[in-house]
Design a protein around this ligand. Structure first.
Ligand SMILES: Nc1ccn([C@@H]2O[C@H](COP(=O)(O)OP(=O)(O)OP(=O)(O)O)[C@@H](O)[C@H]2O)c(=O)n1
Ligand SMILES: C[C@](O)(CO)[C@H](O)COP(=O)(O)O
Length: 234
């Protein structure tokens, strides 16, 4: 255990307090059905599905909502007001908890397999940062016009990044604060950690963790819900 302090050993052995932080303050422009987190699939909102999946594995659930909106009655979570961007909403969530480990999860990804939650949480505590991700399976081409074939991009080593993403809270808070000070915008949280040269563990994601973004995704979500609601989520 050379080079490891007594405090670090104690931290490794103790059970961290875990919070699920759910950015749900988006307007759902591309879906076109109003605030997306409240859109229902299979009779349950996208947000409710994320809360139900995460609750058994965390000590608290915090949700960032659009200004002026409230959580539905009975939802086991604490609400705060989100910001103008996803990044601002996550920063507000980070500032509202004292948990050791935070699991950041888009409300727009309603189907969370248990395995992914567990593996991301464990790796976040052990490594400091972790994200669910899948190897890119499609051919990739960089093109400006949809009539012109552009430059083929090799897909080896490319990953499609999903959520949940897990972090030691203090590390992610520092990364967000530094991004804010420098005016750096990022589309996810793991990118803010990687930008500082810190490790991010890649955890195998799951096709069911797709993000509901467009009306086509909603149709797919209805089909997944019909199966998901009738099976064990492993
Ligand atoms: N100001 C914002 C913008 C987005 N989000 C959340 O970030 C997640 C990923 O965002 P996305 O899927 O792009 O949702 P929207 O921003 O709502 O979609 P759109 O870009 O089509 O408006 C969603 O759970 C969304 O609610 C947020 O909390 N605060
Ligand atoms: C965080 C994220 O879901 C990882 O893929 C994604 O980057 C969110 O993107 P959006 O720009 O908010 O759609």
């Amino acid at each position: 255990m050379e080079g490891v302090t007594g405090q670090e050993v104690a931290e490794q052995n103790s059970k961290p307090k875990i919070a699920a932080l759910i950015p749900a303050a988006g307007s759902g422009t591309r879906l076109g059905r109003g605030p997306k987190a409240f859109v229902e699939v299979g009779g349950l909102s996208l947000l409710a599905r994320s809360v139900v999946c995460l609750s058994p594995y965390v000590d608290e659930v915090l949700v960032a909502l659009p200004a002026g909106m409230q959580l539905p009655n009975g939802m086991q979570a604490r609400a705060i007001a989100g910001g103008d961007t996803r990044q601002a909403s996550v920063l507000a969530l980070l500032q509202a908890t004292d948990a050791d480990v935070v699991l950041i999860h888009d409300a727009a990804r309603p189907f969370l397999p248990t395995r992914v939650i567990r593996e991301v949480a464990d790796a976040a505590w052990a490594v400091g940062a972790a994200t669910a991700a899948l190897p890119v399976a499609d051919t990739l081409v960089q093109a400006k016009e949809n009539t012109d074939w552009g430059t083929l991009t090799p897909r080896e080593g490319l990953w499609a990044v999903q959520t949940p993403q897990g972090f030691r809270r203090t590390a992610l808070l520092a990364a967000h604060e530094s991004a804010q000070q420098e005016g750096h915008a990022a589309t996810d949280d793991a990118g803010l950690i990687a930008r500082l040269g810190q490790r991010v563990a890649l955890i195998p994601g799951d096709a069911r963790l797709f993000k509901v973004t467009t009306p086509g995704d909603l149709a797919l979500a209805e089909a997944v819900a019909a199966v998901w609601d009738g099976e064990a989520r492993t």
